[in-house]
Design a protein around this ligand. Structure first.
Ligand code: MG
Length: 173
């Protein structure tokens, strides 16, 4: 059995992952409407990944005999001034998510819930990757500046991103 404290914290994280999914879906829709279909593709894959993160926590909570409580998902922004603005928001958001995962890890440790702590290892590595990727795209977009051809080429590149089921979920399927 899982403690009520850890259960509540994981439920809050499930909601945060769904909010992330919502945010990236909104970005995907926005750039689709702007004709930046590659950037839109990148965000729509990000949306799927965030849904998968929520599902990993859901499966974990169920496996521990816990109860999943799905709370309302708060509003997300609807538009961004530029691709750079969206990726800056992405980076800032991922830094916040990293802090949430770290807090969850610290809670699991203080509650002596080592199974939960172990489960979070994958998320800690995943956040390193999320921040690194977002940061690289922010830097590239800063270099691109107002160069439309360079932005077009980046858009083409991001169109090639494909969705891979995150390993903890693939193992479960
Ligand atoms: Mg996530």
């Amino acid at each position: 059995m899982i403690s009520p404290k850890i259960q509540d914290a994981i439920n809050a994280q499930i909601n945060a992952e769904f909010w992330s999914a919502y945010l990236y879906l909104a970005m995907g829709m926005h750039f689709e409407a702007e004709g930046r279909t590659g950037i839109a593709n990148w965000f729509r894959i990000q949306f799927k990944e965030e849904q998968a993160h929520a599902e990993i926590f859901i499966n974990y909570l169920l496996s521990r005999g816990g109860r999943v409580v799905l709370k309302p998902i708060a509003d997300v922004p609807e538009s961004w001034a530029s691709p750079l603005a969206a990726f800056e928001d992405t980076l800032a958001h991922e830094e916040k998510v990293t802090a949430l995962i770290n807090n969850l890890y610290a809670l699991a440790e203080s509650e002596h819930d080592y199974a939960t702590r172990g489960k979070l290892d994958w998320f800690i590595s995943e956040q390193v990757e999320e921040e690194e990727t977002a940061n690289q795209l922010v830097e590239r977009l800063r270099l691109i500046g107002n160069d439309n051809l360079a932005l077009y080429m980046l858009d083409q590149e991001l169109a090639t991103r494909v969705y891979n089921v995150p390993s903890p979920l693939a193992a479960k399927a």
